[in-house]
Design a protein around this ligand. Structure first.
Ligand SMILES: *Cc1c(COP(=O)(O)O)cnc(C)c1O
Length: 382
């Protein structure tokens, strides 16, 4: 099976982890933590980094550091991983969904303002599959309505918007280092920001909100969390960071080869890249126009699987997530999100691993063409 993703870890990671173990710094203090925080923040052109134990917790930490909580609302795109919505819910605030743009699959900036109320505190800008959101417009709306902007950049390490690194545009940005992200620490995440207040607050809340007043270490003035990353994970992260540009170039090169081989296949819609962005192509995401392609994406995925090619579905529209019923809010009646629905119906991503070979991409594209052709011939027969 050609997997959807495989991380690349090697000798450098091993050497760093061995050093952490040999020096006995195995918990959340140690040289690699700060080195990784500073190094990754530098990579994003941002002043401060706060490591966490995951991308999901870094989003929650960002919201908590902005004092978002009960009674507040946060704008969240309806097409994304569930994490941003979960994180809003953990704070006691309510996620308010906005449909996405059909081409970029990121939040539709023309539909944000109609969802803003007196309770809205922030906009969650989720960069999808490596393609950045329309950040200028999001910042403009946020300034007009006095809202914060949180970038969920878990899928967009190294991507750029109008020459600016993703992670450096909003008030705060959140990254994941799960095994299938551009760089990995196994599990892990990071919040990055230029704002010293957000930085200090995030570090404090991450570390159980231990009091910094002298003699009061175990007196808590705030509800804290333990979202710390270990020095062992940061040791892996430091080694991965050295290779980030190499990894990014592999992703882009693979995407361009896919594009070249699939561009003339009718019914296959290639991933977007607006002229003013750099797509990091975290996952090579295509859409299938069933009418033109002949079969649905679901059937295509099944047939690819039989040929030893793994693929994954697009996200399920958030407003339809069954768990949201527990909030007692009816997200389904009176609202509709035609683009998220359509994307879910049409979209899949193809193998995008860092050690994917050119021949494998060739085989995958050839197989897609054969499946289309085979179906055509079958239809002509009956
Ligand atoms: C992966 C991902 C997350 C969650 O990161 P974890 O490290 O798995 O907690 C959040 N948001 C998006 C968009 C992601 O792709």
């Amino acid at each position: 099976m050609i997997p959807v993703f495989t991380p690349l870890v090697g000798e450098e990671e091993l050497k760093n982890v061995a050093k952490a173990i040999k020096t006995n710094w195995i918990s959340s203090k140690g040289e690699f933590i700060e080195r990784f925080e500073q190094g990754f923040a530098n990579y994003c052109n941002v002043k401060y980094g706060v490591t966490t134990n995951g991308g999901n917790s870094s989003i929650h930490l960002a919201l908590a550091s902005l004092d978002i909580g009960k009674g507040d609302e946060v704008i969240v795109p309806n097409f994304t991983m569930m994490s941003p919505a979960f994180s809003v819910i953990y704070t006691g605030a309510i996620p308010v969904f906005v449909d996405v743009d059909e081409e970029t699959m990121t939040i539709d900036v023309n539909k944000i303002e109609e969802k803003i109320t007196s309770k809205t505190k922030a906009i969650m800008a989720v960069h999808i599959y490596g393609h950045p959101c329309e950040m200028d417009k999001i910042i403009e709306i946020a300034e007009k309505h006095n809202l914060k902007v949180i970038e969920d950049a878990a899928e967009a390490h190294g991507a750029e918007y109008k020459g600016k690194k993703i992670g450096s545009i909003g008030d705060v940005a959140c990254f994941s280092f799960y095994a299938n992200k551009l760089i990995t620490t196994g599990e892990g995440g990071m919040l990055v920001t230029n704002n010293p207040k957000i930085y200090e607050k995030a570090k404090y809340l991450r570390d159980l909100a231990l009091s910094q007043k002298p003699g009061e270490r175990f007196k808590h003035y705030d509800i804290g969390f333990n979202y710390r990353m270990t020095n062992l994970q940061a040791a892996i992260g430091c080694a991965q960071l050295e290779k980030i540009d190499k990894f990014l170039n592999i992703k882009i090169k693979n995407a361009l080869l896919y594009n070249l081989l699939l561009k003339n296949v009718e019914g296959v819609i290639l991933p977007p890249e607006k002229p003013y962005v750099k797509n990091s192509y975290w996952m090579y995401a295509i859409k299938i126009d069933e009418e033109k392609f002949g079969i649905s994406k679901k059937e295509l995925m099944e047939k690819l699987s039989k040929k030893g090619i793994d693929s994954r579905d697009f996200f399920f529209p958030l407003n339809k997530q069954p768990c949201l019923k527990k909030l007692g809010i009816d997200y389904q009646s009176g609202e509709n999100f035609p683009i998220s629905e359509k994307l879910f119906k049409q979209g899949l991503y193809l193998p995008s691993g860092l050690n994917l070979k050119e021949e494998e991409i060739g085989y995958i594209c050839k197989t897609i063409k054969e499946i289309k052709q085979g179906n055509q011939e079958f239809k002509n027969l009956i």
